[in-house]
Design a protein around this ligand. Structure first.
Ligand code: ADP
Ligand code: MG
Ligand code: ZN
Length: 492
């Protein structure tokens, strides 16, 4: 179907997308969910296995207590109501990497329900509902490459079989690919703060399936959805959604019908492809797992779990703004990980001026990181390094310009600030007041009225002069020196 650019835009205006996300998160337990095999990633294939996770007849599952505690903590962090009793269920399907022929999951009585995540959107804050959070075991992996006669055969690695997962299902509240990206970013941030998962997408510790449909703008009933599976980065999920929404609008606007199906995203082409339609989809024949008792997380256990809850990102941002007088933007950057926020707080407590530490991150670190495509956790200059340099500027030992040069050297040499400062022989800014004195003389001479006010006792006018001198020196002058010299000259 041939469409012009204009008609595509016009069609996009007429429709709105509806998105719901299903996220699987691998829990950071040392052992699997129903046996004592290791969950270690990257071990030789089929070495972390036993009769239980191999699905051998007669082997019985024993629930891992730590997995329950991690899942419950995550549920609480996501504002879910934790059900005191939840039920494990068998989800039956046939697949080579599923040795039992069923996956133990939770179905009509999940661990937790009715949660939410608050996100920021172009139109202000928005709350995205979380329908449910349940526990389940992971399946094994089919390998198509990386062994001697690959290409002729498929190999199975069951190390992952029985690794504990939580699945977090959102309400269809997400209204754009950007909102989906934001939801995932916030979700990952919260989970990382709780430390129940490393959320490593390359290793599959966080996986997302995106459900999406389109409907005429303003209509109540949803359209038929498709599900895009196994997309391995948040950026690709956004791209896949953008493509899929455009594709669906084109179909619907051309009078066609969307088939309910599972699609795969090809990131090098930026397109989704049909994998299987709903008619081929499984009837999972769920029923309660007869080998496991109902899971009871009673009031007392819940409260013990709640006691282990760390301060979460949003609360921490609010507190940092209040405690250190930093901006919301500063707080956003400094809390991307719990470890970075910890580092900032310990550095800020030791620094003379915590606000300057935050400012330097914003004005001097982020740009240099971006130029080198580094994340803030990979910065050669640590928070302690930023604090040390901030103190040197604060005390007037080095100028702003010198700090910039030293930072450049840190990034060139991939070394922290204190090391480079030593290597450079602890440089100090010249105490030569000649040039600065000249600027001050000129500014005083140019503003006789303010000088008169000052001398008549209105000492606050010094701020006016400081501002002019700083501007004239392009911010390079040491403020303490400016103050000292100005006072001397104004008083004299
Ligand atoms: P299924 O039974 O196909 O798995 P669910 O009802 O379990 O469907 O929903 C799975 C996900 O799809 C949820 O995140 C939900 O919010 C989302 N969803 C449901 N219906 C739609 C729709 N029409 N359009 C977009 N997303 C939807
Ligand atoms: Mg589902
Ligand atoms: Zn095992």
């Amino acid at each position: 179907m041939a469409t012009t650019a204009e008609s595509t835009v016009a069609a996009a205006e007429k429709y709105e997308p509806v998105i719901g996300l299903e996220v699987h998160v691998q829990l950071l337990t040392a052992t699997k969910i129903f046996c004592s095999c290791s969950t270690q990633f990257g071990n030789p294939p089929n070495t972390n296995v036993c009769p239980v996770c191999l699905g051998l007849p007669g082997a019985l599952p024993v629930l891992n207590k730590k997995a329950v505690e991690f899942a419950t903590l995550a549920a609480m962090a996501l504002n879910c109501r934790v059900n005191e009793t939840s039920i494990f269920a068998r989800k039956n399907y046939f697949y080579p990497d599923l040795p039992k022929g069923y996956q133990i999951s939770q179905f009509d009585k999940p661990l937790a329900e009715f949660g939410w995540i608050d996100i920021k959107t172009a139109n202000g804050p928005k709350r995205i509902g979380i329908t449910r959070l349940h526990m389940e075991e992971d399946a094994g992996k089919s390998l198509h490459e990386g062994f001697p006669d690959a290409g002729e055969r498929t190999a199975i690695d069951l190390n992952r079989s029985g690794v504990p997962l939580i699945e977090i299902v959102s309400e269809p509240d997400i209204a754009s690919p950007d909102e989906a990206y934001e939801y995932l970013t916030r979700l990952k941030e919260i989970i990382l703060y709780t430390a129940v998962s490393d959320c490593n997408m390359e290793e599959g510790s966080l996986r997302c399936d995106a459900n999406v449909s389109v409907k005429p703008r303003g209509r109540k009933e949803f359209g038929t959805k498709t599900e895009v599976k196994n997309v391995n980065s948040f950026r690709f999920i956004r791209e896949a959604l953008i493509y899929e929404i455009e594709r669906q609008i084109e179909v619907v606007d051309g009078g066609g019908k969307i088939t309910q199906e599972t699609r795969l995203y090809n990131s090098s082409e930026g397109k989704t492809y049909s994998m299987r339609s709903k008619e081929q989809a499984h009837d999972y024949r769920y029923f309660p797992e007869p080998d496991l008792l109902p899971l009871v997380v009673d009031e007392k256990w819940q409260s013990a779990i709640r006691d282990t809850m760390p301060e979460l990102p949003e609360a921490r941002r609010k507190r940092l703004i209040g405690d250190y007088g930093i901006t919301e933007q500063d707080a956003q950057v400094l809390t991307v990980t719990r470890s970075l926020a910890d580092q900032f707080e310990s550095a800020a407590k030791a620094a003379k001026n915590p606000k300057r530490v935050a400012n330097l991150v914003q004005s001097e670190i982020l740009g240099r990181l971006k130029a080198k495509s580094l994340e803030i956790e990979q910065s050669p200059i640590s928070m302690n390094g930023v604090a040390a340099s901030a103190d040197l500027v604060e005390s007037g030992a080095i100028s702003g310009k010198m700090l910039k040069d030293l930072y450049d050297l840190c990034f060139e040499r991939s070394k922290d600030f204190p090391a480079v400062y030593e290597e450079e022989g602890r440089p100090e800014q010249s105490r030569d007041t000649g040039a600065l004195g000249k600027i001050i003389d000129e500014i005083i001479a140019a503003n006789p009225k303010q000088l008169e006010q000052y001398r008549a006792g209105k000492k606050t006018v010094i701020g006016f002069f400081v501002g002019h001198v700083m501007r004239a020196s392009k911010g390079q002058a040491n403020p303490q020196m400016v103050n000292e010299l100005l006072t001397k000259k104004l008083d004299g």
